[in-house]
Design a protein around this ligand. Structure first.
Ligand code: FDA
Length: 309
């Protein structure tokens, strides 16, 4: 019951205004978001790298409604990538990009604008000496996103993809993307999806995750295991051993602020652990999706909200 309500609130401007008016919400937001500015992101990235982790930085924002906003997002990524290079972090810190933030949904030529914008970001990443991963949004965007990925990989074969085990199509997508050098982040999927395209039972989503992991680990690509679920982490390690993978041929990924001690433990075991680090003014939708995943945080958050009204 709570998860759908929170995912609906993630799209509500009234709910957003209520959360933004709430000073007590800020410490909870700070747990999951590095801050609003580029300096905040670079500072947090330095800290994570010092702890032995790698990082993928996300400039928060999605569903851009006009091309000026999309261009502003591209500029933010160009500044981010220059900042990563200047801070000497390029070997350990990359960028994650949502195509809807760079124009994918614009009514006129959205896909073309998103491709051109993503290309500029990839050029900046190449100049800085790092890589880019394209985040995956709801199921209606997948064909478009994979099409843009395909085009970008002609010039930038290191561009990473994301696939979501919640979706019925994903095992097939994994087979298609498990090719030499192909970086694929496997997650469970953060969006509310209809049963026609998605598994609705948690157990089915988990079983799908394991099947997809099997495909990626036995393929030729570079699997990026994005989950906080201890069972998925253990199964990934088991499959990596079974398929003869060395620790540098796959990586784990977790979100900033979620199971941070486990992140450090995995890095200390000599595994690659990459932390997804979001920053920027547009933190609301991202934050609400994290709350929806973790009922334990919700009670604390709602008490903070109620105390100001
Ligand atoms: P699950 O939700 O089953 O949680 C397993 C356990 O992890 C929980 O029991 C709890 O212990 C812990 N946990 C999970 N979430 C928590 C939280 N918020 N706070 C505290 N503890 C928590 N999705 C998407 O649709 N598109 C994308 O591009 C991405 N990108 C992405 C990158 C990275 C690096 C990660 C880790 C995740 C994503 N996701 C994503 C989100 C993903 O789809 C999924 O919603 C979350 O990772 C939660 O799923 P888990 O696999 O962690 O398992």
């Amino acid at each position: 019951m709570l998860r759908p309500a929170l995912l609906a609130a993630a799209r509500s401007t009234r709910a957003r205004a209520a959360v933004e008016r709430t000073p007590l919400a800020r410490p909870i937001v700070d747990r999951f978001v590095a801050g609003c500015g580029l300096d905040d992101a670079i500072r947090a990235a330095h800290h994570l790298v010092a702890e032995g982790c790698r990082v993928t930085v996300d400039h928060l924002g999605e569903n851009t409604a006009d091309s000026a906003q999309a261009a502003a997002t591209v500029d933010a990524y160009l500044r981010l990538l220059a900042g990563v290079r200047d801070a000497g972090l390029a070997g350990r810190v990359e960028a994650s990009v949502k195509l809807s933030a760079v124009g994918q949904f614009l009514a006129t030529d959205g896909e073309k604008i998103a491709l051109d914008n993503a290309r500029r970001i990839c050029e900046a990443a190449a100049a800085a000496g790092t890589t880019v991963t394209l985040d995956m949004e709801d199921h209606s965007t997948i064909d478009s996103t994979l099409g843009i990925l395909h085009d970008l990989r002609v010039d930038f074969p290191w561009v990473g993809a994301v696939l979501q085990s919640r979706l019925r199509r994903t095992e097939t997508d994994c087979r298609e993307l498990a090719t030499t050098g192909s970086r694929v982040r496997l997650c469970k999927g953060a969006y509310r999806e209809p049963a026609a395209v998605a598994f609705t039972d948690r157990r089915e989503v988990d079983l799908s995750y394991v099947r997809c992991l099997g495909v990626l680990m036995s393929g030729q690509g570079y699997p990026m295991v994005a989950s906080h679920d201890p069972r998925m982490v253990a199964i990934a390690e088991h499959l990596a051993t079974q398929t003869g993978r060395t620790p540098d041929s796959y990586e784990f990924q977790m979100l900033y602020g979620v199971r941070p001690r486990e992140q450090r433990r995995i890095a200390a075991r000599g595994r690659t652990m990459r932390v997804y680090l979001p920053y920027g003014e547009a933190w609301y939708g991202y934050f609400m999706r994290r709350l929806a995943e973790r009922p334990a945080n919700v009670g604390f958050f709602l008490r903070a909200l109620a105390s100001t009204t």
